[in-house]
Design a protein around this ligand. Structure first.
Ligand SMILES: N[C@@H](CCC(=O)N[C@@H](CS)C(=O)NCC(=O)O)C(=O)O
Length: 202
C-alpha cells in the first residue's frame, strides 16, 4: 500500500496522522500536484492528493474515503465510533474542518494569481466562510476535552490539520487569540507524535 501525498496538504496530513495513530505501515510517495512533473493524475483523475494505492493497484480518494477505509481495516485505535449517531457527529466535525481548508485553499490560490487578476470579493467571500467555520468549531467544542466529548477521534485530527494549515498558509487569521479553546486543543494535539511528525514542509 502506498500513499501519494504532498507534504503541505492538510487533507494528506489527516491521512498520514490516521496511519500513524493506527500503526498501519504504508509507503509515502511525495508528489506536489501543482508541479509540472506531477504524476497524480495517473492515480486520481481529479489530480488531487491524497490518493491511497492499495496492494491490488486500486486507488482510493478523497481523504474522507481513505480515513474511513483505514479505520475499518484495522481495529487498532478506533477513530470513528461504531455507533451511528456518534460516527455521524465525528464525520460532521471532519466536514466542517475540511470545509474551512477548502475555503482557505481558494484564498491561498487566488492570492498566487497576478494582483490585477485577483478578485477581492471572492477572497472576502472565502475568508468569511473561514471565520464562520472557526466560530462554529469553537462554539461546538466549548470546554470539552476533545471535539467529540471525552475521547480523541478523527474529529480532533481533522480540526487540528485544518487549524495548523491556516497557521501555516494564512497566518494573519488570528484564530488562536479569537478562540482560546481551539488554541488549547491544538497545543494538546501537537504533543502527539503523529502531529509532531507531520508538520508541513516546503
Ligand atoms: N476533498 C479533497 C481535497 C484534496 C485537495 O484539494 N488537495 C489539494 C492539495 S491541498 C490538491 O491536490 N490540489 C491540486 C489541484 O486542485 O489541482 C480531499 O479531502 O482529499
Amino acid at each position: 500500500m502506498k500513499l501519494i501525498a504532498s507534504l503541505t496538504s492538510p487533507y494528506a496530513r489527516k491521512v498520514r496522522i490516521v496511519l500513524q495513530e493506527k500503526r498501519i505501515e504504508c509507503a509515502l510517495v511525495v508528489d506536489a500536484p501543482m508541479n509540472a512533473d506531477t504524476r497524480v493524475r495517473e492515480f486520481n483523475p481529479l489530480g488531487k492528493v491524497p490518493v491511497l494505492v492499495l496492494d491490488d493497484g486500486s486507488t482510493l480518494f478523497d481523504s474522507r474515503v481513505i480515513v474511513d477505509y483505514l479505520d475499518h481495516v484495522s481495529p487498532v485505535s478506533r477513530l470513528i465510533p461504531g455507533e451511528l449517531r456518534q460516527a455521524v457527529a465525528v464525520k460532521r466535525w471532519e466536514a466542517l474542518a475540511d470545509g474551512i481548508c477548502d475555503a482557505g485553499v481558494l484564498v491561498f490560490l487566488e492570492r498566487k494569481r497576478p494582483v490585477e487578476q485577483q478578485s477581492a470579493d471572492w477572497i472576502a467571500r472565502q475568508l468569511d466562510k473561514v471565520d464562520a467555520g472557526l466560530l462554529a468549531l469553537s462554539n461546538d467544542l466549548g470546554e470539552r476535552p476533545w471535539c467529540n466529548g471525552e475521547a480523541y477521534s478523527l474529529a480532533d485530527i481533522a480540526v487540528g490539520c485544518s487549524l495548523l494549515w491556516l497557521a501555516f498558509r494564512l497566518p494573519e487569521i488570528d484564530w488562536r487569540n479569537r478562540h482560546a479553546n481551539l488554541a488549547k486543543l491544538v497545543d494538546k494535539l501537537m504533543l502527539r507524535p503523529a502531529f509532531a511528525d507531520t508538520v508541513p514542509q516546503v
